[in-house]
Ligand binder design. Structure first.
Ligand code: SF4
Ligand code: SF4
Length: 377
Protein backbone atom coordinates (compact mmCIF):
# COMPACT_ATOMS: atom_id res chain seq x y z
CA UNK A 1 0.00 0.00 0.00
CA UNK A 2 1.19 3.51 -0.77
CA UNK A 3 0.60 6.39 1.64
CA UNK A 4 0.46 10.11 0.93
CA UNK A 5 0.69 13.13 3.23
CA UNK A 6 -2.87 14.32 3.88
CA UNK A 7 -2.67 18.05 3.35
CA UNK A 8 -1.30 19.86 6.37
CA UNK A 9 -2.72 17.39 8.87
CA UNK A 10 0.64 15.72 9.45
CA UNK A 11 -1.00 12.36 8.76
CA UNK A 12 -0.17 9.93 5.96
CA UNK A 13 -3.23 8.14 4.65
CA UNK A 14 -3.46 5.11 2.41
CA UNK A 15 -4.10 5.91 -1.25
CA UNK A 16 -7.02 3.49 -1.08
CA UNK A 17 -9.83 4.34 1.32
CA UNK A 18 -12.72 2.10 2.27
CA UNK A 19 -16.09 3.71 1.49
CA UNK A 20 -18.55 2.07 3.88
CA UNK A 21 -21.76 2.98 2.04
CA UNK A 22 -22.36 -0.44 0.48
CA UNK A 23 -21.64 -2.85 3.28
CA UNK A 24 -23.28 -6.28 2.97
CA UNK A 25 -26.83 -6.05 4.31
CA UNK A 26 -29.50 -8.58 5.27
CA UNK A 27 -33.21 -7.91 4.94
CA UNK A 28 -35.21 -8.90 8.02
CA UNK A 29 -38.64 -10.48 8.01
CA UNK A 30 -40.23 -7.18 9.00
CA UNK A 31 -38.66 -5.51 5.97
CA UNK A 32 -35.95 -3.68 7.89
CA UNK A 33 -32.27 -4.02 7.07
CA UNK A 34 -29.27 -4.93 9.17
CA UNK A 35 -25.61 -4.98 8.19
CA UNK A 36 -24.02 -8.42 8.00
CA UNK A 37 -21.51 -7.79 10.78
CA UNK A 38 -19.50 -10.95 10.28
CA UNK A 39 -18.83 -10.19 6.63
CA UNK A 40 -18.17 -6.53 7.38
CA UNK A 41 -15.65 -7.39 10.10
CA UNK A 42 -13.86 -9.74 7.76
CA UNK A 43 -13.78 -7.35 4.81
CA UNK A 44 -12.70 -4.26 6.72
CA UNK A 45 -10.02 -6.24 8.54
CA UNK A 46 -8.85 -7.69 5.24
CA UNK A 47 -8.52 -4.17 3.82
CA UNK A 48 -6.64 -3.10 6.95
CA UNK A 49 -4.29 -6.08 6.60
CA UNK A 50 -3.56 -4.89 3.07
CA UNK A 51 -2.67 -1.44 4.41
CA UNK A 52 -5.91 0.57 4.19
CA UNK A 53 -6.04 3.04 7.08
CA UNK A 54 -8.84 5.43 5.97
CA UNK A 55 -12.45 4.34 6.49
CA UNK A 56 -15.29 6.60 5.45
CA UNK A 57 -18.86 6.31 6.67
CA UNK A 58 -21.84 8.60 7.28
CA UNK A 59 -24.89 8.80 9.47
CA UNK A 60 -27.32 7.69 6.78
CA UNK A 61 -25.34 4.96 5.00
CA UNK A 62 -26.73 1.40 4.94
CA UNK A 63 -30.13 2.32 6.36
CA UNK A 64 -28.36 4.31 9.10
CA UNK A 65 -26.46 1.22 10.27
CA UNK A 66 -23.08 1.77 8.64
CA UNK A 67 -21.56 3.72 11.53
CA UNK A 68 -22.52 1.03 14.04
CA UNK A 69 -21.08 -1.73 11.88
CA UNK A 70 -17.90 0.21 11.11
CA UNK A 71 -17.41 1.04 14.80
CA UNK A 72 -17.69 -2.63 15.75
CA UNK A 73 -15.43 -3.82 12.95
CA UNK A 74 -12.69 -1.30 13.68
CA UNK A 75 -12.90 -1.34 17.49
CA UNK A 76 -9.91 -3.67 17.97
CA UNK A 77 -7.73 -1.49 15.71
CA UNK A 78 -9.27 1.88 16.46
CA UNK A 79 -5.99 3.64 17.24
CA UNK A 80 -4.38 2.40 14.06
CA UNK A 81 -6.97 3.69 11.59
CA UNK A 82 -8.63 6.97 10.65
CA UNK A 83 -12.41 7.20 10.70
CA UNK A 84 -14.24 9.75 8.61
CA UNK A 85 -17.93 10.49 9.02
CA UNK A 86 -20.32 13.29 8.09
CA UNK A 87 -22.81 15.71 9.50
CA UNK A 88 -25.97 16.08 7.40
CA UNK A 89 -26.77 19.79 7.47
CA UNK A 90 -30.50 19.14 7.25
CA UNK A 91 -30.20 17.98 10.86
CA UNK A 92 -28.70 21.31 11.88
CA UNK A 93 -31.19 24.09 12.50
CA UNK A 94 -29.28 25.84 15.27
CA UNK A 95 -25.58 25.76 16.22
CA UNK A 96 -26.09 23.26 19.09
CA UNK A 97 -27.49 20.71 16.62
CA UNK A 98 -24.02 20.31 15.16
CA UNK A 99 -22.70 18.95 18.47
CA UNK A 100 -25.77 16.74 18.92
CA UNK A 101 -25.29 15.21 15.49
CA UNK A 102 -21.63 14.55 16.21
CA UNK A 103 -22.54 12.95 19.55
CA UNK A 104 -24.91 10.61 17.75
CA UNK A 105 -22.10 9.54 15.42
CA UNK A 106 -19.70 9.06 18.33
CA UNK A 107 -22.29 6.86 20.05
CA UNK A 108 -22.98 4.81 16.97
CA UNK A 109 -19.32 4.40 16.12
CA UNK A 110 -18.61 3.70 19.80
CA UNK A 111 -15.48 5.82 19.69
CA UNK A 112 -14.32 8.81 21.78
CA UNK A 113 -13.32 10.83 18.70
CA UNK A 114 -13.75 11.14 14.93
CA UNK A 115 -10.62 11.70 12.87
CA UNK A 116 -12.27 13.57 10.00
CA UNK A 117 -15.67 15.11 10.61
CA UNK A 118 -17.28 16.40 7.43
CA UNK A 119 -19.87 18.99 6.63
CA UNK A 120 -21.75 16.63 4.35
CA UNK A 121 -22.38 17.32 0.67
CA UNK A 122 -22.14 21.08 0.88
CA UNK A 123 -22.41 23.63 -1.91
CA UNK A 124 -21.92 27.37 -2.09
CA UNK A 125 -25.48 28.01 -0.95
CA UNK A 126 -25.27 25.85 2.19
CA UNK A 127 -21.81 27.25 2.94
CA UNK A 128 -22.89 30.90 2.58
CA UNK A 129 -26.38 30.55 4.01
CA UNK A 130 -25.91 28.01 6.77
CA UNK A 131 -22.36 27.12 7.73
CA UNK A 132 -21.07 30.70 7.87
CA UNK A 133 -24.05 32.58 9.38
CA UNK A 134 -24.69 29.83 11.92
CA UNK A 135 -21.03 29.85 12.96
CA UNK A 136 -20.69 26.12 12.37
CA UNK A 137 -16.98 26.26 11.64
CA UNK A 138 -16.54 27.83 15.09
CA UNK A 139 -18.67 25.02 16.56
CA UNK A 140 -16.45 22.47 14.82
CA UNK A 141 -13.35 24.19 16.20
CA UNK A 142 -14.73 23.96 19.74
CA UNK A 143 -15.32 20.23 19.26
CA UNK A 144 -11.80 19.92 17.94
CA UNK A 145 -10.39 21.69 21.00
CA UNK A 146 -12.35 19.26 23.18
CA UNK A 147 -10.77 16.35 21.30
CA UNK A 148 -14.06 15.02 19.96
CA UNK A 149 -12.97 15.56 16.40
CA UNK A 150 -9.41 15.67 15.14
CA UNK A 151 -9.88 17.42 11.80
CA UNK A 152 -12.56 19.54 10.13
CA UNK A 153 -13.51 18.40 6.65
CA UNK A 154 -16.21 18.78 4.05
CA UNK A 155 -17.66 16.79 1.21
CA UNK A 156 -18.72 18.74 -1.78
CA UNK A 157 -21.16 18.77 -4.71
CA UNK A 158 -21.16 21.97 -6.71
CA UNK A 159 -19.19 23.80 -9.41
CA UNK A 160 -15.40 24.28 -9.33
CA UNK A 161 -16.00 28.01 -8.78
CA UNK A 162 -18.03 27.18 -5.67
CA UNK A 163 -15.25 24.93 -4.44
CA UNK A 164 -12.75 27.77 -4.83
CA UNK A 165 -15.09 30.05 -2.91
CA UNK A 166 -15.32 27.56 -0.03
CA UNK A 167 -11.57 26.91 0.02
CA UNK A 168 -10.85 30.64 0.03
CA UNK A 169 -13.37 31.41 2.76
CA UNK A 170 -12.92 28.38 4.98
CA UNK A 171 -9.24 28.32 5.96
CA UNK A 172 -10.09 26.07 8.93
CA UNK A 173 -11.21 23.28 6.57
CA UNK A 174 -8.50 20.64 6.42
CA UNK A 175 -9.71 18.12 3.87
CA UNK A 176 -12.23 17.80 1.10
CA UNK A 177 -14.04 14.80 -0.30
CA UNK A 178 -15.05 15.37 -3.89
CA UNK A 179 -16.05 13.71 -7.13
CA UNK A 180 -13.37 13.07 -9.75
CA UNK A 181 -12.85 10.43 -12.37
CA UNK A 182 -11.95 9.93 -16.01
CA UNK A 183 -15.48 10.84 -17.09
CA UNK A 184 -15.88 13.78 -14.75
CA UNK A 185 -12.76 15.90 -14.54
CA UNK A 186 -14.49 19.15 -13.69
CA UNK A 187 -12.71 19.40 -10.33
CA UNK A 188 -9.23 18.70 -11.72
CA UNK A 189 -7.94 22.24 -11.50
CA UNK A 190 -9.44 22.73 -8.04
CA UNK A 191 -7.73 19.57 -6.79
CA UNK A 192 -4.40 21.24 -7.50
CA UNK A 193 -5.66 24.42 -5.89
CA UNK A 194 -6.76 22.60 -2.73
CA UNK A 195 -3.44 20.75 -2.59
CA UNK A 196 -1.53 24.03 -2.97
CA UNK A 197 -3.43 25.37 0.05
CA UNK A 198 -2.52 22.31 2.11
CA UNK A 199 -6.05 20.87 2.03
CA UNK A 200 -6.10 17.07 1.78
CA UNK A 201 -8.10 15.68 -1.15
CA UNK A 202 -10.05 12.44 -1.05
CA UNK A 203 -11.87 11.34 -4.18
CA UNK A 204 -15.25 9.69 -4.22
CA UNK A 205 -16.44 7.87 -7.31
CA UNK A 206 -12.92 7.18 -8.65
CA UNK A 207 -14.32 4.63 -11.06
CA UNK A 208 -17.33 6.71 -11.97
CA UNK A 209 -19.68 5.26 -9.35
CA UNK A 210 -19.28 1.87 -11.02
CA UNK A 211 -19.90 3.29 -14.48
CA UNK A 212 -16.32 2.60 -15.45
CA UNK A 213 -16.04 -0.57 -13.46
CA UNK A 214 -16.97 -3.01 -16.19
CA UNK A 215 -14.37 -3.64 -18.87
CA UNK A 216 -15.41 -1.59 -21.86
CA UNK A 217 -13.95 -0.37 -25.08
CA UNK A 218 -12.86 2.76 -23.25
CA UNK A 219 -9.46 1.41 -22.18
CA UNK A 220 -8.73 0.37 -25.74
CA UNK A 221 -9.73 3.75 -27.04
CA UNK A 222 -7.33 5.34 -24.59
CA UNK A 223 -4.53 3.08 -25.73
CA UNK A 224 -4.29 1.14 -22.47
CA UNK A 225 -5.02 -2.19 -24.10
CA UNK A 226 -3.51 -4.26 -21.35
CA UNK A 227 -5.61 -2.67 -18.63
CA UNK A 228 -9.26 -3.11 -17.99
CA UNK A 229 -11.20 0.11 -17.71
CA UNK A 230 -11.60 -0.27 -13.97
CA UNK A 231 -7.87 -0.39 -13.36
CA UNK A 232 -7.21 2.41 -15.80
CA UNK A 233 -9.78 4.58 -14.03
CA UNK A 234 -8.30 4.01 -10.58
CA UNK A 235 -4.75 4.52 -11.83
CA UNK A 236 -5.84 7.74 -13.48
CA UNK A 237 -7.25 9.16 -10.22
CA UNK A 238 -4.17 8.16 -8.23
CA UNK A 239 -1.96 9.45 -11.05
CA UNK A 240 -3.09 12.94 -10.08
CA UNK A 241 -0.48 14.11 -7.59
CA UNK A 242 -3.02 16.35 -5.83
CA UNK A 243 -5.15 13.36 -4.83
CA UNK A 244 -4.30 11.80 -1.47
CA UNK A 245 -6.77 8.92 -1.42
CA UNK A 246 -9.40 7.28 -3.63
CA UNK A 247 -12.43 5.95 -1.80
CA UNK A 248 -14.02 2.79 -3.06
CA UNK A 249 -17.27 1.29 -1.80
CA UNK A 250 -15.90 -2.24 -1.88
CA UNK A 251 -18.31 -5.13 -1.59
CA UNK A 252 -16.18 -8.21 -2.11
CA UNK A 253 -12.75 -9.50 -1.17
CA UNK A 254 -11.93 -9.55 -4.85
CA UNK A 255 -12.60 -5.83 -5.15
CA UNK A 256 -10.50 -5.10 -2.09
CA UNK A 257 -7.62 -7.14 -3.51
CA UNK A 258 -7.87 -5.56 -6.93
CA UNK A 259 -8.00 -2.00 -5.60
CA UNK A 260 -5.25 -2.62 -3.07
CA UNK A 261 -3.01 -3.94 -5.84
CA UNK A 262 -3.42 -0.70 -7.80
CA UNK A 263 -3.02 1.43 -4.67
CA UNK A 264 0.22 -0.42 -3.90
CA UNK A 265 1.89 0.66 -7.13
CA UNK A 266 4.60 3.16 -6.42
CA UNK A 267 3.72 4.92 -9.66
CA UNK A 268 0.06 4.17 -10.50
CA UNK A 269 0.43 6.20 -13.68
CA UNK A 270 3.36 8.31 -14.83
CA UNK A 271 2.70 12.00 -15.13
CA UNK A 272 3.12 11.76 -18.90
CA UNK A 273 0.57 8.92 -19.14
CA UNK A 274 -1.77 10.73 -16.80
CA UNK A 275 -1.71 13.82 -19.01
CA UNK A 276 -2.07 11.68 -22.11
CA UNK A 277 -5.11 9.86 -20.67
CA UNK A 278 -6.79 13.17 -19.82
CA UNK A 279 -6.00 14.57 -23.26
CA UNK A 280 -7.25 11.42 -24.95
CA UNK A 281 -10.58 11.78 -23.17
CA UNK A 282 -10.81 15.39 -24.32
CA UNK A 283 -9.83 14.50 -27.86
CA UNK A 284 -12.35 11.70 -28.01
CA UNK A 285 -14.95 14.25 -27.01
CA UNK A 286 -13.67 17.00 -29.30
CA UNK A 287 -13.86 14.82 -32.37
CA UNK A 288 -17.39 14.00 -31.48
CA UNK A 289 -20.01 15.80 -33.55
CA UNK A 290 -21.44 17.13 -30.32
CA UNK A 291 -18.72 18.79 -28.30
CA UNK A 292 -20.55 20.03 -25.24
CA UNK A 293 -18.16 21.05 -22.47
CA UNK A 294 -20.87 20.92 -19.80
CA UNK A 295 -20.27 24.60 -18.98
CA UNK A 296 -23.97 25.11 -18.26
CA UNK A 297 -24.23 28.58 -19.83
CA UNK A 298 -27.32 27.38 -21.71
CA UNK A 299 -29.13 26.89 -18.40
CA UNK A 300 -31.71 27.49 -17.12
CA UNK A 301 -33.88 26.48 -20.03
CA UNK A 302 -37.36 27.98 -19.51
CA UNK A 303 -38.84 24.52 -20.06
CA UNK A 304 -36.47 22.84 -17.62
CA UNK A 305 -34.59 20.79 -20.21
CA UNK A 306 -31.26 19.74 -18.64
CA UNK A 307 -29.30 20.23 -21.85
CA UNK A 308 -25.75 19.56 -20.54
CA UNK A 309 -26.83 16.33 -18.86
CA UNK A 310 -28.67 15.14 -21.96
CA UNK A 311 -25.64 15.86 -24.14
CA UNK A 312 -23.39 14.16 -21.61
CA UNK A 313 -25.51 11.02 -21.86
CA UNK A 314 -25.15 11.13 -25.64
CA UNK A 315 -21.37 11.47 -25.30
CA UNK A 316 -21.24 8.41 -23.06
CA UNK A 317 -22.91 6.42 -25.81
CA UNK A 318 -21.41 7.98 -28.87
CA UNK A 319 -17.86 8.63 -27.72
CA UNK A 320 -17.06 6.23 -24.92
CA UNK A 321 -19.25 3.32 -25.91
CA UNK A 322 -20.95 3.34 -22.48
CA UNK A 323 -24.36 2.75 -23.99
CA UNK A 324 -26.17 1.25 -21.02
CA UNK A 325 -25.05 4.12 -18.81
CA UNK A 326 -26.14 6.62 -21.47
CA UNK A 327 -29.57 5.02 -21.70
CA UNK A 328 -30.06 4.89 -17.93
CA UNK A 329 -28.96 8.49 -17.45
CA UNK A 330 -31.07 9.76 -20.32
CA UNK A 331 -34.16 8.13 -18.87
CA UNK A 332 -33.31 9.55 -15.46
CA UNK A 333 -32.99 13.10 -16.77
CA UNK A 334 -36.27 12.81 -18.59
CA UNK A 335 -37.95 11.62 -15.44
CA UNK A 336 -36.29 14.06 -13.12
CA UNK A 337 -38.43 14.62 -10.02
CA UNK A 338 -38.42 18.36 -10.56
CA UNK A 339 -39.07 18.22 -14.28
CA UNK A 340 -40.91 14.99 -14.99
CA UNK A 341 -41.14 14.02 -18.61
CA UNK A 342 -39.17 16.97 -19.96
CA UNK A 343 -38.08 15.80 -23.38
CA UNK A 344 -36.82 17.71 -26.37
CA UNK A 345 -40.50 17.88 -27.43
CA UNK A 346 -40.99 20.38 -24.61
CA UNK A 347 -38.62 22.80 -26.35
CA UNK A 348 -40.46 25.92 -27.43
CA UNK A 349 -37.60 26.97 -29.69
CA UNK A 350 -36.88 30.21 -27.84
CA UNK A 351 -33.20 29.95 -28.77
CA UNK A 352 -31.90 31.13 -25.39
CA UNK A 353 -29.57 28.15 -25.15
CA UNK A 354 -28.02 28.70 -28.58
CA UNK A 355 -27.40 32.38 -27.94
CA UNK A 356 -25.54 31.47 -24.75
CA UNK A 357 -23.57 28.43 -25.96
CA UNK A 358 -19.85 29.26 -26.38
CA UNK A 359 -19.46 26.16 -28.57
CA UNK A 360 -22.14 27.50 -30.92
CA UNK A 361 -23.98 24.21 -30.76
CA UNK A 362 -27.25 23.96 -32.60
CA UNK A 363 -28.90 22.84 -29.42
CA UNK A 364 -32.44 22.58 -30.76
CA UNK A 365 -31.45 20.32 -33.64
CA UNK A 366 -29.11 18.28 -31.48
CA UNK A 367 -31.76 17.66 -28.82
CA UNK A 368 -33.95 16.11 -31.51
CA UNK A 369 -31.08 14.01 -32.73
CA UNK A 370 -30.24 12.76 -29.24
CA UNK A 371 -33.87 11.85 -28.65
CA UNK A 372 -33.83 9.93 -31.95
CA UNK A 373 -30.76 7.94 -30.87
CA UNK A 374 -31.06 7.50 -27.09
CA UNK A 375 -34.85 7.40 -27.06
CA UNK A 376 -34.71 4.47 -29.48
CA UNK A 377 -32.21 2.38 -27.51
S1 SF4 B 1 -34.58 26.63 -27.34
FE1 SF4 B 1 -35.58 24.94 -26.30
S2 SF4 B 1 -33.94 23.93 -25.19
FE2 SF4 B 1 -33.19 25.95 -25.76
S3 SF4 B 1 -33.64 27.23 -23.97
FE3 SF4 B 1 -35.38 27.43 -25.40
S4 SF4 B 1 -36.84 25.89 -24.73
FE4 SF4 B 1 -34.88 25.36 -23.78
S1 SF4 C 1 -23.77 26.14 -23.25
FE1 SF4 C 1 -23.29 24.75 -24.93
S2 SF4 C 1 -21.35 23.76 -24.32
FE2 SF4 C 1 -22.21 24.75 -22.48
S3 SF4 C 1 -23.42 23.11 -21.52
FE3 SF4 C 1 -24.85 24.23 -22.82
S4 SF4 C 1 -24.81 23.11 -24.77
FE4 SF4 C 1 -23.02 22.45 -23.61
Amino acid sequence: MQYRPFGKTGINISTLGFGCMRLPEIRQEDGSWIVDQEKTDAMLRHAYDLGVNYFDTALFYCHENSEIAVGKALKPIREKVYISTKCPLERVNKPEDFRKTLEESLRKLDTPYIDFYHFWGINQKSFDEKIIPMGLIGEAQKLKEEGLIRHISFSFHDSPAALKHILDNGPELESVLLQYNLLDRANEEMIQYAASKGVGVVVMGPVGGGRLAAPTELAKKLGGENLNTYELALRFVLGNPGVCCALSGMQTYEMVDMNAAVASLEVPMTEADWRAAGESMENLKKFSELYCTGCGYCQPCPKGIVIPKIFEAYTYHNVYGLTQLAKNNYQRYLNDEKNPGVTSDACIGCGYCERKCPQHLKVRELLKKVEGVLGAL
